[in-house]
Design a protein around this ligand. Structure first.
Ligand code: PEP
Length: 251
Protein backbone atom coordinates (compact mmCIF):
# COMPACT_ATOMS: atom_id res chain seq x y z
CA UNK A 1 0.00 0.00 0.00
CA UNK A 2 1.32 3.40 -1.02
CA UNK A 3 -0.87 5.54 1.22
CA UNK A 4 0.70 7.37 4.16
CA UNK A 5 -0.53 10.15 6.41
CA UNK A 6 1.86 12.04 8.68
CA UNK A 7 1.30 14.62 11.41
CA UNK A 8 4.10 17.07 12.09
CA UNK A 9 3.37 18.67 15.47
CA UNK A 10 6.50 20.83 15.15
CA UNK A 11 7.34 22.77 18.37
CA UNK A 12 3.74 22.82 19.61
CA UNK A 13 1.82 21.39 22.59
CA UNK A 14 2.71 20.62 26.21
CA UNK A 15 2.93 17.07 27.51
CA UNK A 16 -0.69 16.94 28.69
CA UNK A 17 -2.23 18.32 25.47
CA UNK A 18 0.05 16.12 23.36
CA UNK A 19 -1.05 13.03 25.29
CA UNK A 20 -4.71 13.98 25.03
CA UNK A 21 -4.41 14.48 21.27
CA UNK A 22 -2.67 11.11 20.83
CA UNK A 23 -5.41 9.42 22.87
CA UNK A 24 -8.14 11.05 20.78
CA UNK A 25 -6.47 9.94 17.54
CA UNK A 26 -5.97 6.39 18.79
CA UNK A 27 -9.62 6.20 19.77
CA UNK A 28 -10.82 7.72 16.50
CA UNK A 29 -8.67 5.40 14.30
CA UNK A 30 -10.01 2.40 16.24
CA UNK A 31 -13.60 3.54 15.96
CA UNK A 32 -13.33 4.16 12.21
CA UNK A 33 -11.48 0.90 11.54
CA UNK A 34 -8.53 2.67 9.96
CA UNK A 35 -6.07 -0.10 10.90
CA UNK A 36 -4.89 -0.21 7.29
CA UNK A 37 -4.32 3.50 6.91
CA UNK A 38 -0.60 3.91 7.57
CA UNK A 39 -0.32 6.90 9.89
CA UNK A 40 2.64 8.40 11.72
CA UNK A 41 2.83 11.20 14.26
CA UNK A 42 5.89 13.35 14.79
CA UNK A 43 5.57 14.90 18.27
CA UNK A 44 8.20 17.13 19.89
CA UNK A 45 11.08 14.80 20.78
CA UNK A 46 10.60 15.40 24.49
CA UNK A 47 7.26 13.57 24.37
CA UNK A 48 8.25 10.84 21.93
CA UNK A 49 8.38 7.99 24.43
CA UNK A 50 5.08 8.79 26.15
CA UNK A 51 3.27 9.28 22.83
CA UNK A 52 4.78 6.00 21.57
CA UNK A 53 3.44 4.28 24.71
CA UNK A 54 -0.04 5.71 24.20
CA UNK A 55 -0.07 4.49 20.59
CA UNK A 56 1.48 1.07 21.29
CA UNK A 57 -0.60 -1.74 19.74
CA UNK A 58 -2.49 0.82 17.62
CA UNK A 59 -2.12 1.36 13.88
CA UNK A 60 -0.49 4.76 14.44
CA UNK A 61 3.30 4.93 14.59
CA UNK A 62 5.51 7.71 15.91
CA UNK A 63 8.69 9.31 14.67
CA UNK A 64 11.15 12.14 15.24
CA UNK A 65 11.07 15.49 13.49
CA UNK A 66 14.85 15.55 13.71
CA UNK A 67 17.75 13.44 14.99
CA UNK A 68 21.53 13.34 14.71
CA UNK A 69 23.18 10.39 12.96
CA UNK A 70 24.78 7.77 15.19
CA UNK A 71 24.37 6.43 18.70
CA UNK A 72 26.28 8.43 21.34
CA UNK A 73 28.69 11.34 21.16
CA UNK A 74 29.76 14.77 22.37
CA UNK A 75 27.05 16.70 20.51
CA UNK A 76 25.48 18.90 23.16
CA UNK A 77 21.79 19.38 22.64
CA UNK A 78 21.37 16.68 20.02
CA UNK A 79 19.39 13.45 20.23
CA UNK A 80 20.66 10.52 18.19
CA UNK A 81 18.89 8.32 15.70
CA UNK A 82 19.65 5.33 17.96
CA UNK A 83 18.06 7.08 20.95
CA UNK A 84 14.96 7.86 18.89
CA UNK A 85 14.71 4.24 17.88
CA UNK A 86 15.18 3.03 21.48
CA UNK A 87 12.40 5.40 22.59
CA UNK A 88 9.84 3.89 20.23
CA UNK A 89 10.39 6.06 17.16
CA UNK A 90 9.95 4.24 13.85
CA UNK A 91 10.29 7.21 11.49
CA UNK A 92 12.48 10.25 10.92
CA UNK A 93 11.77 13.42 8.94
CA UNK A 94 14.81 14.55 6.95
CA UNK A 95 15.17 17.75 4.95
CA UNK A 96 12.12 19.66 6.19
CA UNK A 97 12.33 23.20 4.81
CA UNK A 98 12.36 24.65 8.33
CA UNK A 99 15.53 22.63 9.09
CA UNK A 100 17.07 23.73 5.80
CA UNK A 101 16.09 27.37 6.33
CA UNK A 102 16.57 28.01 10.09
CA UNK A 103 19.24 25.44 10.92
CA UNK A 104 21.22 25.62 7.67
CA UNK A 105 21.01 21.87 7.06
CA UNK A 106 22.58 20.94 3.73
CA UNK A 107 22.64 17.85 1.54
CA UNK A 108 25.71 16.08 3.07
CA UNK A 109 24.19 16.13 6.57
CA UNK A 110 20.73 15.23 5.25
CA UNK A 111 22.23 12.25 3.44
CA UNK A 112 24.02 11.08 6.60
CA UNK A 113 20.80 11.37 8.61
CA UNK A 114 18.80 9.47 6.01
CA UNK A 115 21.29 6.63 5.61
CA UNK A 116 21.94 6.28 9.34
CA UNK A 117 18.22 6.22 10.11
CA UNK A 118 17.57 3.53 7.52
CA UNK A 119 20.61 1.55 8.70
CA UNK A 120 19.11 1.53 12.21
CA UNK A 121 15.75 0.31 10.90
CA UNK A 122 13.85 3.58 10.78
CA UNK A 123 11.77 4.75 7.84
CA UNK A 124 12.44 8.20 6.47
CA UNK A 125 10.26 10.94 5.03
CA UNK A 126 12.60 12.99 2.87
CA UNK A 127 11.17 16.49 2.25
CA UNK A 128 11.83 18.59 -0.81
CA UNK A 129 10.26 21.69 -2.30
CA UNK A 130 10.87 24.97 -4.06
CA UNK A 131 10.64 28.52 -2.72
CA UNK A 132 8.22 31.04 -4.20
CA UNK A 133 11.06 32.79 -5.99
CA UNK A 134 12.24 29.53 -7.53
CA UNK A 135 8.71 28.79 -8.74
CA UNK A 136 8.36 32.28 -10.20
CA UNK A 137 11.66 31.81 -12.08
CA UNK A 138 10.42 28.52 -13.56
CA UNK A 139 13.01 26.57 -11.55
CA UNK A 140 10.67 24.25 -9.64
CA UNK A 141 11.51 20.99 -11.39
CA UNK A 142 15.24 21.76 -11.43
CA UNK A 143 15.19 22.38 -7.69
CA UNK A 144 13.32 19.13 -7.06
CA UNK A 145 15.77 17.23 -9.26
CA UNK A 146 18.74 18.66 -7.39
CA UNK A 147 17.28 17.96 -3.95
CA UNK A 148 16.55 14.36 -4.93
CA UNK A 149 19.87 13.66 -6.62
CA UNK A 150 22.14 15.26 -4.05
CA UNK A 151 20.81 13.01 -1.30
CA UNK A 152 19.57 9.81 -2.99
CA UNK A 153 21.98 9.29 -5.91
CA UNK A 154 25.10 7.14 -5.67
CA UNK A 155 24.42 5.72 -2.20
CA UNK A 156 22.62 2.63 -1.14
CA UNK A 157 19.15 3.76 -0.19
CA UNK A 158 16.67 1.29 1.31
CA UNK A 159 13.80 2.20 -0.97
CA UNK A 160 11.30 0.23 1.10
CA UNK A 161 12.11 2.50 4.07
CA UNK A 162 11.54 5.75 2.21
CA UNK A 163 8.73 8.19 1.53
CA UNK A 164 9.11 11.54 -0.19
CA UNK A 165 7.19 14.66 0.83
CA UNK A 166 6.74 17.37 -1.78
CA UNK A 167 6.34 20.53 0.24
CA UNK A 168 6.46 23.81 -1.65
CA UNK A 169 8.08 26.21 0.83
CA UNK A 170 5.56 28.94 -0.07
CA UNK A 171 2.69 26.67 0.94
CA UNK A 172 3.97 25.62 4.39
CA UNK A 173 2.04 27.32 7.16
CA UNK A 174 0.73 30.04 4.83
CA UNK A 175 -2.82 28.85 4.24
CA UNK A 176 -2.06 28.76 0.49
CA UNK A 177 -1.82 25.24 -0.92
CA UNK A 178 -0.45 24.14 -4.25
CA UNK A 179 -3.25 23.50 -6.72
CA UNK A 180 -3.94 19.84 -7.46
CA UNK A 181 -2.40 20.34 -10.93
CA UNK A 182 0.76 21.95 -9.57
CA UNK A 183 1.14 19.21 -6.99
CA UNK A 184 0.42 16.39 -9.46
CA UNK A 185 3.02 17.76 -11.88
CA UNK A 186 5.66 17.78 -9.14
CA UNK A 187 4.71 14.33 -7.84
CA UNK A 188 4.76 12.72 -11.29
CA UNK A 189 8.17 14.31 -11.92
CA UNK A 190 9.52 12.99 -8.60
CA UNK A 191 8.22 9.48 -9.35
CA UNK A 192 9.90 9.56 -12.75
CA UNK A 193 13.18 10.67 -11.18
CA UNK A 194 13.00 7.86 -8.63
CA UNK A 195 12.50 5.40 -11.47
CA UNK A 196 15.60 6.77 -13.19
CA UNK A 197 17.52 6.17 -9.96
CA UNK A 198 16.50 2.51 -10.08
CA UNK A 199 13.95 2.78 -7.27
CA UNK A 200 10.68 0.81 -7.27
CA UNK A 201 8.93 4.15 -7.63
CA UNK A 202 5.41 2.79 -7.92
CA UNK A 203 5.71 1.52 -4.32
CA UNK A 204 7.19 4.67 -2.78
CA UNK A 205 4.68 6.98 -1.06
CA UNK A 206 4.94 10.57 -2.31
CA UNK A 207 3.17 12.89 0.12
CA UNK A 208 1.94 16.39 -0.41
CA UNK A 209 2.59 18.96 2.35
CA UNK A 210 1.74 22.64 2.57
CA UNK A 211 -1.49 23.98 4.11
CA UNK A 212 -3.21 20.64 3.64
CA UNK A 213 -6.60 20.82 5.37
CA UNK A 214 -10.01 19.13 5.29
CA UNK A 215 -11.22 21.64 2.68
CA UNK A 216 -8.55 20.78 0.09
CA UNK A 217 -7.61 17.19 0.99
CA UNK A 218 -10.12 15.43 -1.28
CA UNK A 219 -9.10 17.36 -4.36
CA UNK A 220 -5.40 16.85 -3.75
CA UNK A 221 -5.71 13.16 -2.88
CA UNK A 222 -7.71 12.60 -6.07
CA UNK A 223 -4.50 13.13 -8.07
CA UNK A 224 -2.96 9.83 -9.18
CA UNK A 225 0.54 10.51 -7.82
CA UNK A 226 -0.46 12.04 -4.48
CA UNK A 227 -0.32 9.15 -2.03
CA UNK A 228 -0.94 11.01 1.21
CA UNK A 229 0.05 14.04 3.18
CA UNK A 230 2.47 15.57 5.65
CA UNK A 231 0.25 17.79 7.77
CA UNK A 232 1.41 20.61 10.04
CA UNK A 233 -1.17 23.04 11.40
CA UNK A 234 -4.23 20.91 10.67
CA UNK A 235 -2.72 17.97 12.59
CA UNK A 236 -2.96 19.80 15.91
CA UNK A 237 -6.71 19.23 16.20
CA UNK A 238 -8.05 15.67 16.22
CA UNK A 239 -11.09 16.65 14.14
CA UNK A 240 -9.21 18.26 11.28
CA UNK A 241 -6.53 15.57 11.14
CA UNK A 242 -9.24 12.90 11.17
CA UNK A 243 -11.09 14.66 8.35
CA UNK A 244 -7.92 14.59 6.26
CA UNK A 245 -7.48 10.90 7.13
CA UNK A 246 -11.06 10.24 5.99
CA UNK A 247 -10.29 11.89 2.63
CA UNK A 248 -7.24 9.65 2.20
CA UNK A 249 -9.18 6.57 3.30
CA UNK A 250 -11.71 7.32 0.51
CA UNK A 251 -8.99 7.64 -2.17
C1 PEP B 1 4.70 20.87 7.51
O1 PEP B 1 4.95 21.07 8.67
O2 PEP B 1 5.42 20.10 6.88
C2 PEP B 1 3.55 21.53 6.88
C3 PEP B 1 3.22 21.18 5.67
O3 PEP B 1 2.88 22.47 7.62
P1 PEP B 1 1.42 23.07 7.29
O4 PEP B 1 0.50 21.91 7.06
O5 PEP B 1 1.06 23.85 8.51
O6 PEP B 1 1.55 23.94 6.07
Amino acid sequence: MRKLLAANWKMHLYADTAQALAQQLRHHWQEKGWQNLPTVIFPPLLYLREIANILKHSSIQVGAQNAYPGEFGAFTGEVSVAQVSASGGAWLIVGHSERRQYFAEKAPLLQRKLLDAQHRGLKVIYCIGETLEERRCGETLNVLRQQILEVLQGVSVAWNQLAIAYEPVWAIGTGINATPDQAQEAHAFIRQLLTELGAPASHIPILYGGSLKPENAHELFRQPDIDGGLVGGASLQANSFAAIAAALWDK
